[in-house]
Design a protein around this ligand. Sequence first.
Ligand SMILES: Cc1ncc(COP(=O)(O)O)c(C=O)c1O
Length: 388
Amino acid sequence: MSRREPYLASRLQGFGTTIFAEMSALAVETGSINLGQGFPDTDGPHEVLDAAVDAIRNGKNQYPPGPGIPELRDAIARHQQHWYSLEYDADTEVLVTAGATEAIAASLLSLCELGDEVVTFEPYYDSYAACIAMAGAQRRVVQLQPPDYSFDVDALAAAFSPRTRLVLLNSPHNPTGKVFSRAELEAVARLCVEHDVLAVTDEVYEHLVFDGEHVPLATLPGMRERTVTISSGGKTFSCTGWKVGWVCARPDLVSAVRTAKQFLTYVNAGPFQHGIAAGLDLPDSTFRSLAAELREKRDRLSRGLADAGLIVFASHGTYFVTTDIRSLGEHDGLAFCRSLPERCGVVAVPNVVFYDDRSAGLPLVRFAFCKRLDVIDEAVARLKALRT
Ligand SMILES: Cc1ncc(COP(=O)(O)O)c(C=O)c1O
């Protein structure tokens, strides 16, 4: 047998183990507080958990239907209508996926031809670059600039070309905590319409907004028919391990995404789909109190990081806040994160992994605040050692 090394296909070279796996392993190894990976350390609403347990106990343990259980698709359609006045047909315009991760992968794999271009913003959630590469497409990146992570509309316009197939947008935005304003989204929408391209929007943090409002791109003029809206129950209901996500779009786009999705996982998370269906129908007050709890955690951690001597960029949504370590006289976020467990017993994530322009991301470090207040307090106490 002939050997051909490296075995990893060229389009995936450069995508090693994700930084989250490396940093979470480091947290376990050193017994550190893990403010790296974005998962909560408490459970979400009991109604959500109870519905999944009931489903397991009541024989809902086999393959669910390919597009997702009808109860969940109906609940997703009701949710879009209730929160955003967006109408989707639960049978033809909603597809349940294995988390937002599969929805992103299936969208890119099904909608992009080899050599198409995908416009996205950096820093970007790390699966975007890998999925664009797996689809054989090219990314064209527009930079979000701290402290407010705004972008230059001319730079965005310049990123479009005749090869642009779609814009891949994430709001509320990981890792920055930016919530794109209506005016910014209107600029994105205008360009999509002008160039007649699709948009894929990742809105997994849609209910975790602390300042301002979440505006789904699909609500803007000309966007309902050209937007694939992606979300997931994991972040909203603190059950990131369930991996129940979804896609809402017009029927031919959903049908395209389903074509790829059915050969990735086919289906997943049968009983958990019942849990998320119950969650989406919870009263507005539940969603608001989940966001309010998280806002308090954001405030507590942001203050603590500033007290530890870091520059803190305001986070308006998500689980995350970004800091700049140059105020500590340091400049390499990757080295900083690798040394942080030993120095302080805390784990964070270097934002450089979310950038093409490594120099822009190098001094930035992301901390997750989706942890119990006592855990955040302990982390803040430990991080005071950075000042000494
Ligand atoms: C921006 C963004 N998109 C997608 C995901 C993945 O979502 P899921 O766990 O539903 O696959 C995450 C998880 O961290 C995320 O931050």
